[in-house]
Every structure is written in C-alpha cells, then in structure tokens.
Design a binder for this molecule. Structure first.
Ligand code: ADP
Ligand code: MG
Length: 764
C-alpha cells in the first residue's frame, strides 16, 4: 500500500496496545495527524553532565541508556517502586522512583533517556548502624535496594523522558558524530504509553520514505517570500527536528500564519457570498437620525453618534452591511440599535442590486414598511428590549412585537394605546408577514420556520456570541420577498475579546468599537475579598441598601450543597445563600432568587419586583450575566469568583455599571492559589473589558492556552493571536486573494484547506 497523508497510522506501523490508546487520546489517526502533532518544546542535550562528574547534592541533567528496569516493594514499608540504571560512556548511576512503579512499565531497557533531578547519596549499611532518616527525595531511605555494584550515588524520583539522541561523546548518538552542532530534540505533548522519541523516530521514518515529496505547498509563493516564512516541507522538518531554535520558531510562525490565513479566507468568502444579494438601500440623512437622538433622555456619547453614522453610511451603499458593534457593558448599544432602526423604519427605500440599480417592482411605495428583527439570547433580555423600544418609539405610530417561547406581545394595544397587550402567536405572525409589525423583538423563537417577514431590511443580534453561524444565517434569510434579499446585519457584543481574536474570528464583519462609557458614570470600584473580609463587606452593603440602592449576589450553584461532599469544596448555592442571608445577615431586607431552572413567568415576576424596588437583594446564578438592566442596583457580590472566567466576571460586573451612583463589585474567593488571585486582580486593575482581554491573552503562556479548544483553533494559532502584525498581515492577504479570486479557483490547495478549517471552528 502506498503511503499518503490519509494512511492510518495503525496501517503503517506495528503498534502496541498502549501506543494505540495513547494515539487515540492524542486524537492522532492518520499520518497527516501525526505530522501535525507538534512538539510542545525542545530539550537541549548541551545542558548535560557526564555521569562520572556527578556529586552528591547536584541538581542536574544527564543523558544515557536505561537498563535493569524493574518494579519492587520496599522491604519494610511495602511502598511500590521502580528502579533502574542509566549509563553513559563515563559511568552508570541508579535511579529510584518511589510510589511510581509504572515508570518501569512506561520505559524499557535500552531506551535513550534524559534524567533530571537531585543526586542523592546512599549510606552503605553497616551492621548495627542506624537507618538514615527519610527525606523528601527519599521517603523510605532505608528501603533503597542494596546494590553495591557501583557508586553509592543515585537519583531519587528524577524526571525522566525519552530522547531520540544522546549528546555527542555520551553513548551512541543516533546521528553519529557527523552532526556535532545539532543538540536540540523535540518533546511532544505528553500522553502515557507513547514516548517523544517514538514520535520523533516515526516521523523521521516517514520523511525518509519520501512523504514530504507528496506535499503541495498551499500558501502562495509571493506571500511566503514577503513574510519570510519557510515553505511547507522545510517547516515540517524544522518543527520536528530543528538544528537551531530560530528554525523551530520560524516553522511555528509559518503554521500559525497558515491557520489564521485560512480562517480569514473562509470568513471573507462568506462575506462576499452575502454581499452578492440585492439589499435595501436606506437613503436617510444624518440630520434625520439626529432628531431622534435628541429625544434620548440622556446625551448620546460621541462614540454612540459615530457608531450610528457609520452604520447609516453602510446602509446607504449598494451592499448589505455586515458589522459588529463591540462595546463594553453599559456603553449603550441598545440606543445605537434603536437610532439605526428608526432610520430604517422611517425610510421608503428601494431594493438595489450590487451595482445600485433598483430591482424591478421594488420601488418604495409598492414594498411598503421596512421591518427590523432584533434577536436576543434570553427572554429576560428580549422583554427588556421590548420595553425600551416602546419608550423610544411610543411617540410614533409604529407597531412593535415580542416573540418568545412563553408567549407573544404587541405594542400598542388597541384598548390602551400607551401600553402593550398579549396576543396569540398566530395573530402576531400574520402581522409580521403582512409587514404591519415594523419591529419584531424575540429570542430564538424568532428564527423558527413559521416566522416570515415581508421586508426584513435590518437584522440586529444582541450578545451575538451566544448564537452560532447557523442561527445568524437563519435570521437573515427570513424574507418572504421571493429570491434572496439580504438584510443589513448588525451584531452586537460585550464580550471583551482581544483585538487579534476579533479580527480573526469575525473576519467577515466590519468592526465598530463603542469605547466610551456614558458621561457622569463613576468607574466601578472592584474589591477582591478574602474570607476574613466578608463581615466588613456586608456592613458596607447595609449602608448602600439603607440609602435605597439594590444589590446582586451571584453564586456559582443553584441548589443546596450535596451533604455527602466535603463542605469546603462546595460553592455557595443561590437557594441556600438566600436563606442564610435572610436569617442571619439582612433580615430587614427583601431577598429574591433567580436562576435558570425557574419558569419564565417566575423569572419575569422576580425581575419585575426587583426593578420596582420591592426586592432589595437579588440572589442569582450567572443568568443575570447577559444584559439585564436595573440602574438602581449598584453593588454586586460574586461568590466563588475563581470558578468564573475573567470575561464572565466582567460581564457580571457590568450589571451594576448602569447609573450615575457609585458602583461596587466585591469579588469573593476561597482560593488561596497565587495564580488564581493574580487572575482576579487583573479584574481589579483593568480599565475596561478590552484591556482585560488583552491582559488575559498576554498572561497565557504557550501550552496554557486553554481557550483554543473552546474556539476550535489550535495552540499554534493561539500563539499567532499574541501577534497583531501577523494577524493583520493574514487578513490583508486574504482580502487581496478573495477580491480577485473569490472561489479560490487558482488556489486548489488553499481551497481544500479553507473548507476543512470551516468545519473545525466553533466560535461565533
Ligand atoms: P449595553 O451596551 O450594555 O447594551 P445598554 O444599551 O443596556 O448598554 O445601556 C445601559 C444603560 O445606559 C441604559 O440604562 C441606557 O438607558 C443608558 N444609556 C445609554 N446611553 C447613554 C448615554 N449616552 N448617557 C447616559 N446613559 C446612557
Ligand atoms: Mg445590551
């Protein structure tokens, strides 16, 4: 059978069962997977000492061949242990692993290994001599095997890893003496059962069998040259067997560029696809929208005005808008949505093709009202937006609908022109279809099949990271107007993600930043509270409550702790904590609870009471995270903060940044780990969500890039996200290629890669 990238590793090599399991855990099936399984770091044999030069107390590294591996039990203690000998050309030394008998199984005699640890000395037993006292390195000192063949020095519990070669002059090097300069060896991400050396040798075998000649370079030559990136074959050799550290680095750079570049290509292709369709030309003036903005009960920030004007400029063009509005919590995105929706609902436009020519039969009078859809991730939020839209638009003759899983509403009500009324779903859908309802606000219910619009000209998605591409696609394809007419799309998010990540994952959207917090708001005071500070915080809260403010208390769990579990390990629960606070801390105040297991009607009732000030303290899970707006609530306690992500904590904190009163956020943690306290401190010091996101990114070292899995990008690509220049280069080059060759006809290899990549991403 001929060897290709698609060949299964199991078909090509004889594997032991532990090796098979290990490959499975590493998700390596094909030869290609193996080739793209990159080392997590490189060791250097230049750091080695010779065995004969070792002295008691040295903490050091040696390389050698291992032999005599066996498991044994401590004579008195019965502690299971592994032992063996490592030898180089200058001598040999014993190694002992207490409590780790499996070491003897993971390695086998004859393997080349690297040993790192502290050199101990065994006291030779003399008859009647007292036993040495146990130490950390040697918890059962008296149990060390009584082998006196060589020196009394030994390594106790050293780190051990396989290597593919030994330093020159030590043992028989794999490469012999030809390659004196070459001292680096790859260390692959660990998985028990498979050694780094095995992976190294296997990949070298594949190279020798000519696998590299099969590969076709997907990145255009001119781009490689321009950015000094190594070609595919060179990069693969360099990443698995670098002669110099710089080579390994440039190989990694090439692979991260490639990944970001192909993500960008896919995103920009999708965008171009969307822009092919005719859209609604919204001919409206800035002066017109300013009349509306002047009606706001507050003065719009200049960031809000800029965002509105940018959006309207897009809508005046001949192509459907695709824009992402990123603004910290409380930056006032809803008002931007309302002002731009106002411009849409008050225009009688035409549908134009991409050259700006009106589509026949689509002149203003005939198509009538333009419609707006506003999709939110939760019912609470949808209801809240419905209410704010009523406030924004109640002076105009405009109909607004609300659709959620638990029912439908319409504004205005026939009986009460100032208020809304409940209506049936089928009635609402009829009016949406006929175009009478100008604005439809809702949850996912909005994208059900049965919902169709007459002229959906503007689709707004709030907290867009809560939705996937499919849901976004479903929303913009809601037009009943025959064929495809693409509405303008505004996605909004408060998720503070680093700029590089936004440019990559939202490569199909233009970005507008709402980077200004409305005037008059005082910056929030965030305090990290350790367990002994609890009582003091409660007293501060009491005085806030006393002046009429309200409080959120966020707990990680809903229910009472399971009594079987260790109490200290259990995070506070909403129900239990509410009871405790009522009983022994705030008996004089009304305490409500809110969590995701409650029925929508119950949740609404609680929110209504909290808004009305009847509930003073709301004890909730992170369901309040998204967009809930109660300006009088100015303090928030977050219990068990170490259990939340930084960006989630920031979103939670946003709940109390909604008014001109001083806001407080108390971050409670039981954790004593320096790392998690440092992480929480970033929350205390960062000025806004974007700064926080950059801090978070900078703090993550390679190898600890946990977000990668969540977003569906590799560790290598996560490294690129620390490099704004590279991300911008990838975006520019992708745009250039897509603008001349949108379907990548002249780049078949790239095309394949782009399609493959699209199936891997999950971040939206
Ligand atoms: P977010 O960007 O988090 O969605 P919202 O749109 O919910 O923020 O606005 C948060 C609060 O700020 C609301 O109460 C809103 O009325 C108010 N607001 C919005 N813009 C301004 C402004 N320019 N000045 C003062 N308050 C504003
Ligand atoms: Mg919002």
């Amino acid at each position: 059978m001929s060897l290709t990238l698609a060949t299964l590793v199991t078909d090509q090599f004889r594997l032991t069962p532990p090796q098979r399991d290990a490959l499975k855990r590493l998700n390596i099936k094909t030869i290609e997977d193996l080739l793209y399984h990159f080392p997590s770091r490189y060791g250097d044999t230049a750091e080695a000492r010779t065995i004969e030069s070792l002295q008691k107390g040295d903490t050091t590294v040696i390389f050698g061949k291992i032999s005599g591996l066996k498991t044994s039990k401590g004579f008195h203690s019965k502690i299971a242990m592994a032992e063996g000998y490592v030898e180089d050309e200058t001598g040999r030394i014993q190694c002992v692993w207490f409590n780790q008998p499996y070491v003897a199984k993971m390695f086998s005699d004859g393997m080349l290994v690297r040993i790192e640890g502290k050199v101990s000395a065994r006291q030779r037993k003399k008859l009647g001599a007292p036993l040495p006292s146990p130490t950390l390195e040697n918890p059962v000192a008296e149990e060390v095997a009584e082998d006196t063949r060589d020196a009394k020095l030994y390594f106790s519990n050293p780190k051990i890893e396989t290597v593919n070669r030994l330093p020159i002059g030590v043992g028989d090097s794999l490469f012999g003496s030809k390659e004196e300069e070459h001292t680096l060896y790859p260390v692959y991400p660990e998985s028990r059962g498979i050694s780094s050396a095995w992976i190294y040798h296997t990949i070298q075998k594949l190279f020798k069998q000519g696998l590299l000649d099969e590969l076709v370079e997907p990145i255009p030559e001119d781009i490689l040259t321009k950015y000094h990136l190594p070609g595919l074959k060179t990069a693969l050799i360099w990443i698995h067997a670098p002669k110099k550290r710089e080579d390994a680095l440039s190989a990694r750079k090439r692979f991260s560029f490639e990944e970001i570049f192909t993500i960008q290509l896919g995103k920009q292709q999708a965008r171009r696809e969307y822009e092919k369709y005719p859209t609604f030309k919204i001919e409206t003036s800035d002066a017109h929208v300013h009349e509306f903005i002047r009606r706001f009960p507050f003065k719009a920030t200049s960031a809000q005005v800029r965002a509105v004007e940018t959006i309207l400029a897009d809508m005046r063009g001949n192509r459907a808008m695709s824009r992402l509005l990123e603004g910290d919590v409380g930056s006032g995105k809803t008002a931007v949505a309302a002002a731009t929706a106002y411009s849409v609902m008050t225009t009688r436009p035409t549908i134009v093709d991409t050259d700006g020519k009106p589509v026949p039969g689509s002149d203003g009078r005939r198509i009538g009202n333009l419609q707006i859809a506003y999709m939110c991730p939760t019912e609470i939020l949808a209801t809240q937006h419905f209410e704010s839209f009523i406030q924004f638009f109640s002076y105009m003759p405009v109909q607004i609908g609300l659709i959620t899983g638990s029912g439908c509403r319409k504004f205005p009500s026939k009986i009460n022109p100032k208020g809304w009324t409940d209506i049936s779903r089928s009635q609402l859908l009829t009016w949406v279809k006929s175009g009478e309802i100008a604005v439809l606000i809702g949850t996912h219910a909005l994208i059900q099949k049965s919902v169709t619009f007459k002229n959906l000209a503007y689709a707004i998605i709030d907290e867009q990271h809560r939705f996937g591409t499919t849901q976004r696609g479903a929303l913009v394809r809601k037009n009943g107007l025959g064929g495809h007419t693409a509405p303008h799309l505004l996605s909004m998010t408060a998720t503070p993600i680093p700029r590089t990540l936004a440019l990559t994952m939202y490569g199909d959207l233009d970005l507008t930043l709402l980077d200004e917090i409305p005037a008059g708001r005082k910056p929030i005071i965030t305090e990290l509270v350790l367990p002994d500070g609890r009582a003091q915080v409660y007293e501060k809260l009491r005085s806030e409550l006393h002046t009429g403010r309200q409080v959120y208390i966020i707990c990680p769990r809903i229910d009472e702790p399971d009594p079987d579990k260790e109490a200290a390990l259990i995070a506070k629960s909403v129900k239990e904590e509410a009871k405790r606070l009522k009983r022994s801390v705030f008996p004089e105040y009304e305490i409500g609870i809110l969590h995701s297991k409650m029925k929508p009607a119950e949740k609404d009732a609680i929110m209504a009471q909290f808004k009305a000030g009847k509930i003073h303290i709301l004890c909730a899970t992170s369901v309040v995270e998204v967009g809930v707006n109660v300006p009088n609530a100015t303090s928030i306690i977050i219990e068990g903060a170490e259990r939340f992500g930084l960006s989630q904590l920031h979103q939670l904190r946003g709940r109390v940044m909604r008014s001109t009163h001083q806001a407080y956020c108390y971050v409670f943690t039981e954790s004593t780990s320096g790392k998690s306290i440092d992480r929480l401190r970033a929350l205390q010091n960062a000025k806004n969500g974007f700064e926080l996101a950059e801090l978070d990114l900078a703090a993550r070292g390679a190898g600890e890039l946990s977000g990668a899995k969540q977003w569906g990008v590799s560790d290598v690509a996560m490294e690129a996200l620390q490099n704004l220049k590279m991300v911008e280069a990838a975006r520019t080059e992708a745009a250039r290629i897509i603008s001349t060759d949108p379907s990548l006809t002249s780049y078949p290899e790239l095309k394949k890669e782009v399609e493959l990549r699209a199936t891997k991403l999950h971040f939206e």
